[in-house]
Design a protein. Structure first.
Length: 67
């Protein structure tokens, strides 16, 4: 898992898999989920800090899962 935050554009990108994305689905104007054949590959959130999605409150819990 990789988490990237673009401070200039306020975009949070969470990548779960490197598998090819076969479908993108928007959930509202600011959340996009990319799906692979087996599940979720990535989540992109626009306006992340302004809407309270960044910084992650549970980052300490997520880090062991990313290793």
């Amino acid at each position: 898992m990789r988490i990237k935050y673009d401070e200039l554009d306020d975009i949070l990108h969470i990548e779960f898999s490197n598998e090819p994305i076969i479908k993108d689905v928007s959930h509202g104007w600011n959340v996009n989920i990319g799906y692979t054949a087996t599940g979720i590959a990535e989540i992109t959130i626009l306006n992340a800090k302004a809407d309270g999605y960044w910084p992650l409150e549970n980052a300490k819990d997520l880090l062991p899962l990313a290793a």
